[in-house]
Write a protein of this length. Structure first.
Length: 321
C-alpha cells in the first residue's frame, strides 16, 4: 500500500514539475533604444536572464554612437585624425559591417550616420533637408574610407565628415551573442526579442519548430501578416512603418538609400530575413528594404537565406522556403 502511495505521489510531483518547467517566463528591459525581452522555459534557466541583459547593456555602451563614452563615439570623434583602438567585440562587428556593405553592393552602408542625423530620425528635430545638404553629406559615405587594422585592432575613418552608425546591424548581432550566451549557460530552449529582432534557441520540447509572427504593418502591434517556422535562427524585419515622420502629407522613414541619401523607395513594405547569422539577417533586412523585391530574391539565393516579403501590391512572398 505504502509503495503505491509513494509512486502516485512521485508521479504527481513529476507531472507538476514538468508543467512548471515548460511555462514560458519572460523578463523585459529597455536597452539599445528598444524593448528587449528574454523568454525561457525551464525554471532553472531563469537565473541566466540577468546575464543576457548585462551583456546587452555592455554591447550598447560600446556601440551607441550618441553615448560619449562609447567606442563608436570615439571612432567618429577621431574621424580624419587618427585610428582608435577598440574591443574585440566591436572590431568583429565593424568588420562584419564592412563585409556586409560589400555583399549588398552598398545598400547596407554603416557610414550613413551624418546623413541620418540630417533628417533627425534619432532626435525630435525631424525635418526634410535640402538637396544640397543631402548630396554634400552623401559624398562622405564611401566605405573604402573605413580602415580596419586586424593586428592593432584599430578602426579609422579616413574622411573627417564620415560617421559610423551601426543601427542597422547591431541588434541582430546582439541577439545572436545573447543566444550564444544562453546556450553557454546550458539553456536549450529560449527566445530573445530585441524590438522585433528575434533570435530563437532550440525547438519546442516536442521537437516542433518555433513559430515566429511577422508584424503586419497595417495592424496594431501583435497583428501578424505571416508566420515562419524556425529553430536556432534570427528573424529580423525592416519596414518603413517602424520609424517615420510626415511632412505635407509625405511619409519620410528612417531607412535611407545610400545612393540618394533619402528614404528608400522600393516596392517593399516590409522584409524579414531568417538566418542563423544575426548580423547578416539585420544588415540584409535593411539592404533588401532599399533594394526591392527582385534584388532581394537574388541576394537571398546567393547567400542561401530565407526571407518573407510584403510588397507594395500587398502580396506576401516566401523566398527560398
Ligand atoms: P531598425 O533599427 O529600426 O530595426 P534597421 O535595421 O533597418 O531598422 O536599421 C535602420 C537604422 O540604420 C536607421 O535608424 C539608421 O540609423 C541606419 N540606416 C538607415 N539606412 C541605412 C542603410 N541604408 N544602411 C545602413 N544603415 C542605415
Ligand atoms: Mg537592419
Amino acid at each position: 500500500m505504502r509503495k503505491w502511495l509513494l509512486l502516485i505521489l512521485i508521479s504527481a510531483l513529476l507531472l507538476i514539475s514538468s508543467c512548471q518547467e515548460e511555462n514560458p517566463y519572460t523578463e523585459y528591459q529597455f536597452i539599445m533604444d528598444t524593448q528587449c525581452a528574454v523568454t525561457v522555459y525551464k525554471r532553472a534557466d531563469r537565473q541566466a536572464i540577468a546575464g543576457v541583459f548585462s551583456l546587452l547593456r555592455e554591447l550598447d555602451s560600446k556601440l551607441d554612437r550618441f553615448n560619449e563614452s562609447s567606442e563608436v563615439y570615439r571612432i567618429n570623434l577621431n574621424a580624419g585624425s587618427m585610428p582608435v583602438s577598440v574591443s574585440d567585440d566591436t572590431f568583429r562587428l565593424i568588420s562584419r559591417a564592412y563585409d556586409l556593405c560589400l555583399a549588398t553592393d552598398g545598400a547596407f552602408n554603416p557610414l550613413m550616420g551624418r546623413v541620418s542625423d540630417l533628417w533627425g530620425f534619432e532626435s525630435t528635430n525631424e525635418r526634410v533637408p535640402s538637396a544640397e545638404e543631402i548630396s554634400s553629406l552623401v559624398s562622405h559615405t564611401d566605405i573604402s574610407g573605413l580602415v580596419l587594422d586586424e593586428e592593432e585592432h584599430t578602426v579609422y575613418l579616413v574622411d573627417s565628415q564620415a560617421a559610423l552608425d551601426l543601427g542597422a546591424i547591431a541588434k541582430g548581432w546582439a541577439s545572436q551573442l545573447a543566444a550564444d550566451y544562453l546556450k553557454s549557460r546550458g539553456v536549450e530552449r529560449a527566445t530573445v526579442n530585441l524590438g522585433g529582432n528575434v533570435y530563437v534557441i532550440g525547438q519546442h520540447k516536442d521537437g516542433r519548430d518555433w513559430v515566429v509572427g511577422i508584424q503586419n504593418p497595417y495592424a496594431e502591434t501583435g497583428g501578424y501578416y505571416a508566420t515562419v517556422q524556425c529553430h536556432d535562427e534570427a528573424v529580423v524585419t525592416s519596414g518603413g512603418y517602424q520609424k517615420n515622420f510626415v511632412r505635407d502629407g509625405v511619409v519620410y522613414h528612417h531607412i535611407l538609400n545610400p545612393e540618394t541619401g533619402r528614404p528608400s523607395d522600393s516596392d517593399l513594405i516590409s522584409i524579414s530575413i531568417i538566418s542563423a547569422d544575426g548580423a547578416l539577417a539585420d544588415a540584409f533586412s535593411t539592404a533588401c528594404f532599399v533594394l526591392g523585391y527582385d534584388e532581394t530574391v537574388k541576394l537571398c539565393e546567393e547567400y542561401n537565406v530565407r526571407a518573407v516579403a510584403l510588397t507594395e501590391d500587398d502580396e506576401v512572398k516566401f523566398i527560398n522556403f
